[in-house]
Design a protein around this ligand. Structure first.
Ligand SMILES: O=C(O)C(=O)C[C@H](O)[C@H](O)COP(=O)(O)O
Length: 209
């Protein structure tokens, strides 16, 4: 298994699919469906009791898929996610304790920021890659454009409210690597085990984003 950096996370795919899974048994076919559509990364959010088992299943059974944990909001989440096999971590926001834990986790991470001061605190630690969340609500593309001059080293994965139509517009910004979003894995399709549709959404995202 190759060692990933936080910078790699921004270049693996135009879109990082953000997933909420109620049933860990869906994780492996879902990961395979995304992979078949050309998306080699999946962020499974720690919002459901099934999340850690889902991460473990993908880590073990779909080795070509880079599986990470999202909605990481505490140092305890960091430990549990890494123990389950998460290869990266994404948080919606940051605290000092969370930044310390993610920096010490041994896996790359995208800390969430929504203000210039939060971005500065991440940069102060030598971490240049971060998630902008909630992207649309906190200023969107205008905000990212405004950050480019004062924070030339910062690189973003905007997430939150991004659509298939706006993803390419975000990706055209020089300080954006990839975007995150839930549209590749709609709850209805996951519940229906409609893996072919999810593969198609992945193919479309790969082409359009
Ligand atoms: O769970 C987290 O850590 C988050 O930051 C929240 C997710 O990134 C958003 O739920 C994205 O959702 P959409 O707006 O539907 O793309």
């Amino acid at each position: 298994m190759t060692t990933l950096t936080s910078a790699d996370l921004l270049t693996l795919s135009p879109v990082i699919p953000v997933v909420v899974l109620d049933d860990a048994d869906r994780a492996v076919p879902l990961a395979q469906a995304l992979l078949a559509g050309g998306i080699p990364v999946i962020e499974i959010t720690l919002r459901t009791p099934a999340a850690l088992a889902a991460i473990a299943a993908v880590a073990e059974r779909v080795p070509d898929m880079v599986v990470g944990a999202g909605t990481v909001t505490s140092p305890a989440h960091v430990d549990k996610a890494v123990a389950a096999g998460a290869r990266f971590l994404v948080s919606p926001g940051t605290t000092d304790a969370l930044l310390d834990a993610m920096a010490g986790s041994g896996v790359p991470y995208l800390p969430g920021i929504a203000t210039v001061s939060e971005a500065l605190r991440v940069l102060e630690r030598g971490q240049q890659e971060m998630k902008l969340f909630p992207a649309e609500a906190c200023g969107g593309r205008t905000f990212l454009q405004s950050l480019a001059s004062p924070l030339p080293d910062a690189r973003f994965c905007p997430t939150g409210g991004i659509t298939p139509d706006t993803a390419p517009l975000y990706r055209a910004l020089p300080n954006v690597g990839c975007v995150g979003g839930t549209w590749l894995t709609p709850a209805k399709l996951v519940a229906a085990a409609d893996w072919a549709q999810i593969t198609q959404l992945a193919v479309d995202a790969r082409r359009e984003a």
